[in-house]
Write a protein that binds this ligand. Structure first.
Ligand code: HEM
Length: 205
C-alpha cells in the first residue's frame, strides 16, 4: 500500500517543502509584494500554523479513516512546522529587529501578540530536540508523550497570536481556533472514553 512505501515519505517531504519552494520562486521573480518582509512573515506564520494543526490532526485522522500508517508522517510534519516557525522568527529577528536582542526582549514584553507567539515558539524547541527515536527511548514512551502534549499549548499560542495581531477581519484566526477546538475535543473525548468512570454492570448493587 502506498502509505507504507518509502515513496510516501518522499511525497510528504516534497509537499511540506513546496511552500518554501514557492517563496523562493516568488523571491526570484521579485514578486514578494511592496513589503517583502511582511509578506514573508505572514507566509511563514501561516504555514507554521497549518502544519501544527496538520500534525495534531494525524491521530484523529488515522483513527477515523482507519489509516494507521498516517503516523509515519507525523514527526516529519511536526518538524516542518518547527522549520517554518524558525524562518518566521528569523524574519522577525533579522529584518524587523535588526538582530537587536535587547530590543527583541522589550518587544516580547510589550506587545502581547509577540509575547504569546514567542511562548509558542519556545515550547516547540524541546519537542523538536526530543523528536528522535533515541530521545523516545531515553525519556520512555509515557514521559515522551506527556512532553509532546505541549504541542497543543503551542498551537493554542499560535492561534491567540494570530487573533491578537489581526486588526479587522478575524475570520481566519477564528477558523483556526475552531479547528484546534475540534482536535482538542477529540482528544478529551477519547481520553474520557478510555479513562472515564466504569459503568456499573446491570444488576450490580
Ligand atoms: C508557534 C508559533 C507561531 C505561530 C503559529 C505564528 C503564526 C503567525 C501567523 C499565522 C501570522 C499571521 C499571518 C497572516 O496574517 O497571514 C503571524 C504573524 C506574525 N508573527 Fe507569528 N507565529 C508564531 C511565532 C512568532 C514569533 C516567535 C514571533 C516573533 C517573536 C512572531 C512574530 C510575528 C510577526 C511580527 C507577525 C506579523 C505581524 C503583523 O504583520 O502585524 N510570531 N504569525
Amino acid at each position: 500500500m502506498f502509505l507504507r512505501s518509502s515513496w510516501s515519505k518522499v511525497v510528504v517531504f516534497a509537499l511540506c517543502l513546496a511552500p518554501l519552494a514557492r517563496l523562493g520562486w516568488l523571491a526570484y521573480q521579485r514578486n514578494l509584494t511592496a513589503n517583502p518582509v511582511e509578506f514573508v512573515q505572514h507566509f511563514t506564520g501561516d504555514w507554521t500554523l497549518r502544519l501544527l494543526l496538520t500534525t495534531l490532526a494525524v491521530t484523529p485522522l488515522r483513527k477515523l479513516l482507519q489509516l494507521p500508517d498516517l503516523i509515519r508522517f507525523r514527526r516529519m510534519i511536526g518538524l516542518f512546522a518547527f522549520f517554518y516557525v524558525c524562518l518566521h522568527f528569523l524574519t522577525y529577528l533579522g529584518p524587523d529587529q535588526a538582530f537587536d536582542l535587547a530590543g527583541m526582549w522589550r518587544d516580547v514584553a510589550k506587545r502581547r501578540y509577540i509575547t504569546v507567539g514567542f511562548l509558542g515558539f519556545v515550547l516547540l524547541i524541546p519537542l523538536a530536540i526530543t523528536s528522535t527515536n533515541n530521545w523516545i527511548r531515553r525519556l520512555g514512551g509515557k514521559r515522551w508523550q506527556k512532553l509532546h502534549r505541549l504541542i497543543y499549548i503551542t498551537a493554542f499560542c499560535g492561534v491567540i497570536h494570530y487573533y491578537w495581531l489581526v486588526k479587522s477581519d478575524h475570520r481566519l484566526p477564528v477558523l483556526y481556533a475552531g479547528t484546534l477546538s475540534l482536535l482538542l475535543l477529540y482528544r478529551v473525548g477519547t481520553f474520557l472514553w478510555k479513562h472515564g468512570p466504569a459503568v456499573p454492570s446491570a444488576g450490580a448493587g
